[in-house]
Ligand binder design. Structure first.
Ligand code: PMP
Ligand code: GLN
Length: 386
């Protein structure tokens, strides 16, 4: 095949995702997997039954409509109204995708020209870097620095150039757990309007906020017409394998994202779309109980990790706790995570892989707490004996 590499230059070096690598390591070593963010128990029984019913009744077993089934688009619009007072037209302003992952890919592929600059918080969720690269665009990191992991808004201003096309915002933020405050969001919105930037907001952890509250950027003045908001059923309802996500935005933005999306998967998850439509309509008690349960798990793991000697950065939201391993006499998170399964039977994720400036994140390690309490307790015991 000659000297030319098979994998194109845009994807060179991206190899296997850290989540796949670490989950495979967990399976191979029989370790407790606090790496990849997926719950170890399924979501509500009635939602699972709704999927079974849809399958049996033959709803969604053939291609659903390209933009998503009307029932789910209506439920997404109702959800935005119910929780945020935002009104979206289910026919023109909502698009169902194959998880948030496809929404991110379709939005970036639709909205970027080669050479455009995209500013995103570093550490980045891994698919951001890959999709920006596939679009031929350039990622520009705005680093969230420990211990507080807040965005420096003056730095954000200084990163904006005539080539900046888009801000890619993730709140609650994976992996740090940062939840942007109303003031931070207002400052970001002001910059977006002043420089006429598009914004993508990844809000998959919108219902997992333990401190403060989730505010959608699209609700701020001047933002609705420039914001593509992305979310997913995976995290909110504990069905990460179903891969049902969605986009909300102006008709023009949604039409652009749909153009790219229809050539990626066209459609997906037929019967699951019916089940997620029901899930979104669960009473407030579901959302409140789920958040309270995850908060207990966060506290259990945070205390345990601190007792085991890690420096713990308490997350305001998400499934994850970022720690620093320096107090353990360790320096390199990648090495630490590769050795941890053999040392004590626990898998975690090194944050360094989410940084362009890998030195900044070198000693950070992320642990997922979306697991049964008995599993978290056992993991903490093992980490103490490490
Ligand atoms: N964005 C962030 C920040 C995530 O952590 C994840 C992982 N759930 C995704 C997007 C992808 O979501 P989905 O599984 O719905 O594709
Ligand atoms: N979002 C999940 C995490 O951060 C992983 C999803 C995936 O494996 N792509 O752990």
């Amino acid at each position: 095949m000659g000297a030319r590499p098979l994998l194109n230059r845009r994807l060179a070096g991206m190899g296997t995702t850290i989540f796949a690598e670490m989950s495979a390591l967990a399976t191979a070593t029989g370790s407790i997997n606090l790496g990849q963010g997926f719950p170890d128990t399924d979501g509500p029984e009635e939602v699972r039954e709704a999927a079974v019913r849809a399958l049996r009744d033959g709803r969604g077993n053939q291609y659903p409509p390209g933009p998503g089934i009307p029932e789910l688009r209506a439920a997404v619009a109702e959800h935005q109204q119910r929780f945020y007072g935002l009104s979206y037209d289910p026919d023109r302003e909502v698009l169902v995708t194959a998880g948030a992952t496809e929404a991110i890919a379709a939005a970036l592929l639709a909205l970027l020209e080669p050479g455009d600059e995209v500013i995103a918080f570093e550490p980045f969720y891994d698919s951001y870097a890959a999709c920006i690269a596939m679009a031929g665009a350039v990622r520009v990191p705005l680093t969230l620095r420990q211990p507080a992991f807040r965005p420096d808004l003056d730095e954000l201003r200084s990163l904006i150039t005539p080539r900046t096309r888009l801000l890619l915002i993730n709140t609650p933020h994976n992996p740090t757990g940062t939840v942007l405050t109303a003031e931070e969001l207002a400052a970001i919105a002001e910059l977006a309007v002043e420089h006429d930037l598009l914004v993508i907001t990844d809000e998959v952890y919108e219902h997992l906020v333990f401190t403060g509250a989730h505010h959608p950027l699209a609700a701020l003045p001047g933002m609705r017409e420039r914001t593509v908001a992305i979310s997913s059923a995976g995290k909110t309802f504990s069905f990460t394998g179903w891969k049902v996500g969605w986009v909300t935005g102006s008709p023009e933005l949604v039409a652009a994202v749909r153009t790219a999306k229809q050539y990626l998967t066209y459609v997906s998850a037929g019967p699951f779309q019916y089940a997620v439509a029901e899930a979104l309509r669960l009473p407030d008690a579901y959302y409140d109980d789920f958040r309270a349960e995850l908060r207990r798990k966060r506290d259990l793991l945070a205390t345990g990790l601190a007792d085991a000697g890690f420096r713990v950065f308490e997350p305001q939201g998400t499934y994850f706790i970022t720690t620093d391993i320096t107090p353990l006499g360790e320096k390199d998170g990648i090495e630490f995570c590769r050795e941890l399964p053999a040392r004590c039977g626990v898998v975690a994720i090194p944050n360094a892989v989410f940084y362009d400036n890998t030195d900044i994140g070198r000693s950070q390690v992320r642990f997922a707490f979306c697991k049964r309490e008995s599993v978290l307790r056992e993991a903490v015991e093992r980490l103490r004996g490490r």
